[in-house]
Ligand binder design. Structure first.
Ligand code: NAD
Length: 500
């Protein structure tokens, strides 16, 4: 495969039908990292046709569950074998540190193993008691069909695996469209699927832009399900494009995630250090380009000054640089567009009265931080309130806003005052309060005295405009299945409803 043949259709690697190509940039220096095929509507149609044929006439949907699970486990083993190469690719493409890239690959392998185990454990379906000895009634799981999988640039391979692993486990065929900003690791993964023995046509890949490739997949009559992870604006377009063909739609969209810190969580110096450290991690890991980033610190008024001062002191020390450099703690933003967006959010916050406690600009270049890279200093904005744009919208950059509360009710009201509802955390030593607040938060994941962990066996997804549907856990497999009721009369007799 040459570097520009990144479209995979029916088991073959090819370039775009139009011959178009795209340069993928290294966000650390804005230089060309790779050249990929720029697919269009024709390539997308060819991929859907291949996936359709593999589903309608191929073996994969009927392959015994144990064999499908075995293939998924082989993929996990291949990911472990190629861990360094894939982690390096992900680090260079997204800008994240190599250490984060390695963690991503491990999590991707875990997802493949998890869905392999789950699909075997869940069995073929369940027998239903029809209330008659002469009726045998079962509900069986069947694959949905051809799945369109559309993924974002922040966790390219991880988001792909949360879709590919359950889709394959359930017996579907698919066309994946990675973000045009970070397509490289998905190309590697699709190669591994073929190496693991997946029949041609089951896994197809089209690299290219959201419109036309993602848009065509969403509206395509040959697609039965579209699973999309990305921003709210694109998600709405996907849902609209999918509606006329009544295909299943799962949307994993953005978040504006509150991190609620009660004063009692800072009672001792050790507690204080933990809460600050986790707030720092919540907001700034991967430069805040995380759907569940804890970008809204909601801290009890009595501890605010000490908390924010320490947070800003530590945020200023975060080592920014190229993700592959030793000692670097945070990479660049993924693109010039993301950098511009971050600058605009900070400017609007300051214009609306926020107080800059640290950051607020691009850092000085140095030997690990080329001048052309999309670096931005971790930024803490104090004195924020819910009317500010920076508090309401998902910034997806290294920006932490600070709001304060005095009562538990006020904290909950603030934390729920968002159109999103992806994730949030509550920090407190009071077990009753922890459970009360967790119960009242309208978010798909709530952490108590922690931030960011997820488990493959626990559902992930959002309330409100953070999306529809769930990934991971049993629901994450159910998304890729149809339930079919098969009712068998063992002793059929005439009904005699009609007398004649
Ligand atoms: P994006 O919406 O710009 O792009 C996501 C994907 O959609 C890309 O592959 C893009 O090419 C494609 N796309 C764009 N327009 C399209 C259209 N009209 N039709 C079909 N596809 C289209 O998002 P992004 O900037 O790549 O990613 C960041 C967003 O993803 C953030 O909002 C983040 O919160 C969200 N995200 C959510 C989760 C989650 O689990 N909920 C996880 C990761 C990222």
């Amino acid at each position: 495969m040459s570097s520009v043949e990144t479209i995979h259709v029916d088991g073959e690697w090819r370039g775009a039908a139009s011959g178009a190509q795209r340069e993928v940039l290294d966000p650390a220096d804005a230089k060309t990292l790779a050249v990929v095929s720029e697919g269009g509507a024709d390539d997308t149609d060819a991929a859907v046709t291949a996936a359709r044929r593999a589903f309608d006439t191929g073996s994969w949907p009927h392959t015994p569950v144990a064999e499908r699970a075995a293939l998924l486990r082989r993929v996990a083993d291949l990911l472990v074998r190629d861990r360094e190469e894939i982690a390096l690719t992900e680090s260079r493409d997204t800008g994240k540190t190599l250490a984060e890239g390695r963690i991503d690959v491990d999590c991707v392998a875990d997802a493949f193993r998890y869905f392999a185990d789950l699909v075997v454990a869940e069995g073929a379906g369940r027998v239903v008691d029809a209330g008659s000895a002469t009726v045998h009634s079962v509900v069986v799981h069947e694959p949905v069909g051809v799945c369109a999988l559309i993924t974002p640039w922040n966790y390219p391979l991880l988001q792909a695996s949360w879709k590919i692993a359950p889709a394959l486990a359930a017996g579907n065929t698919f066309v994946i469209k990675p973000s045009e900003v970070t397509p490289l690791s998905t190309v590697l993964l699709v190669k591994l699927l073929a190496e693991a023995g997946l029949p041609a046509g089951v896994a197809n890949l089209v690299t290219g832009a959201g419109d036309p490739v993602g848009a065509r997949l969403s509206e395509h009559p040959g697609v039965d399900l579209v699973s999309f992870t990305g921003g709210l604006t694109s998600g709405v377009k996907v849902a609209q494009a999918a509606a006329p063909t009544v295909k299943k739609v799962a949307l994993e969209l953005g978040g504006k995630n509150p991190n609620v810190v009660f004063a009692d969580a800072c009672a001792t110096d050790e507690d204080f250090d933990t809460a600050v450290d986790q707030a720092l991690n919540a907001a700034f890991i991967h430069s805040g380009q995380v759907c569940s980033a804890g970008s809204r610190l909601i801290v009890e008024e009595s501890v605010r000054e000490r908390f924010v001062a320490e947070l800003a002191r530590r945020a200023e020390k975060i080592k920014l640089g190229r993700g592959t450099e030793e000692g670097v703690e945070c990479g660049p933003l993924v693109s010039a567009q993301q950098l511009d967006k971050t600058e605009a959010y900070v400017a609007s916050a300051l214009a609306e009265g926020a107080v800059l406690r640290c950051g607020g600009s691009q850092p000085e270049p140095n030997e690990v931080r080329p001048a052309a890279g999309y670096f931005y200093a971790p930024t803490v904005l104090d004195g924020c309130h819910r009317e500010m744009k920076v508090v309401r919208e998902e910034t997806f950059g290294p920006i932490l806003t600070v709001e304060t509360f005095r009562t538990e009710d006020e904290a909950v009201a603030l934390a729920n005052d968002t159109e999103y509802g992806l994730a949030g955390a509550v920090w407190t030593k009071d077990a009753g309060r922890a459970r009360r607040v967790a119960g009242r938060l309208r978010h798909g994941t709530v952490w108590i005295n922690d931030f960011h962990p997820y488990l493959p066996q626990a559902e992930w997804g959002g309330f409100g405009k953070s999306g529809t549907g769930r990934e991971l856990g049993p629901t994450g497999l159910a998304e890729y299945r149809e339930a079919k009721h098969v009712y068998q009369n063992l002793a059929p007799e005439p009904v005699r409803w009609f007398a004649g």
